[in-house]
Design a protein around this ligand. Sequence first.
Ligand SMILES: NC(=O)c1ccc[n+]([C@@H]2O[C@H](COP(=O)([O-])OP(=O)(O)OC[C@H]3O[C@@H](n4cnc5c(N)ncnc54)[C@H](O)[C@@H]3O)[C@@H](O)[C@H]2O)c1
Length: 354
Amino acid sequence: MKSFKIAIFPGDGIGVDVTQQAERVLDQAASSSAFQIEKIRIPWGTEYWRSHGQVVPDKFLDVLRPCDAILLGAMGWSAELPDHITLAPLVKIRQAFDQYACVRPAKLYAGVPSVLASKGPDQIDFVVIRENSEGEYVDHGGRFHVGQPDEVAWQTAIHSRRGVERILRFGFQMARTRRKRLTMVTKSNAQRFGYVLWDEILEQLKPQFRDVEADKQHADACLMNLVRWPERFDVIVASNLFGDLLTDLGGLIGGGLGLAPSTNTNPERSYPSMFEPVHGSAPDIAGKGIANPIAAILSVAMMLDHLQEATAAQRIRQAVQQAIADRKCTPDIGGTCTTEQAGTAVVERLGNGS
Ligand SMILES: NC(=O)c1ccc[n+]([C@@H]2O[C@H](COP(=O)([O-])OP(=O)(O)OC[C@H]3O[C@@H](n4cnc5c(N)ncnc54)[C@H](O)[C@@H]3O)[C@@H](O)[C@H]2O)c1
């Protein structure tokens, strides 16, 4: 029987609550499939910092490296520790494990209201792929004459041919598994070096993916079009900065943070990929037992897709859909369940797979 080594990394705040439910769903899926899970418990985060004086151990990457995947809850407890300290290990994981594709689906489930009043589940089903390793978020810049009236700050975006080509290829390949439409988002009308490189590489790749209808939009137009015509989008590929903006909008349109899963993928599988809800540790509701576990549960489904266990992944999505249709969900999407009850509803609907 196949066996996957999974790092279970709940983190802080509601990360702990939702990961507990996601783990139950993973166990249930495994119990009725031809694979088993070996779990590595990861206790890092603010609690770990209280007793060890650091958020993660020194060689934390060595602990994660042998895993097949990482299931993360959320990090951050800014009342005690600044976010840039707590979240720094996550950035290191993404970079060290070359998790260059951040994938965030926006899919509205039946029974969940969208902020777009005139749009329903048939119109909202797209995926944003954010380039996760370079672009506008490379740490390259400086400040000169700090604090003086003539102070200057500069920050440089870096777009490499290798980086742009690999994320576009990843997008084309994903489009092939969906509705075969790809939209690339940049701002090449205003930034004539980096984003024009993106334009050129898109044109170079198109002949290799003739079965995919590919076009491009500027980021400002895309934001507007996503609000008025979400049904026209299937797979969106964007640079690091624009992907960051588009995934927040996508999460909102798709029913809110409680439903939005996410991956940080190393498509070549040279390193473990990381799967996590889009949301953070939500200190405002931590400990109240009302956090929606579905984003974390759908992240498990994405993890199983990555591990090539597509049948189990699809069964989880169907169980989530059924639980929402039966109104067995948390207050953020109109239900009355606790986090645990919402997790139980999915586990029950997942059944034994027969
Ligand atoms: N990858 C990560 O670990 C990650 C991501 C984002 C934010 N953070 C951290 O999380 C902390 C809180 O950040 P924030 O408040 O800006 O964002 P947040 O996502 O934690 O919460 C934003 C709002 O959405 C609600 N919400 C979030 N998830 C929910 C869920 N599953 N069910 C119901 N309601 C939910 C919260 O109650 C809150 O009102 C900060 O320390 C931040 O740095 C971590």
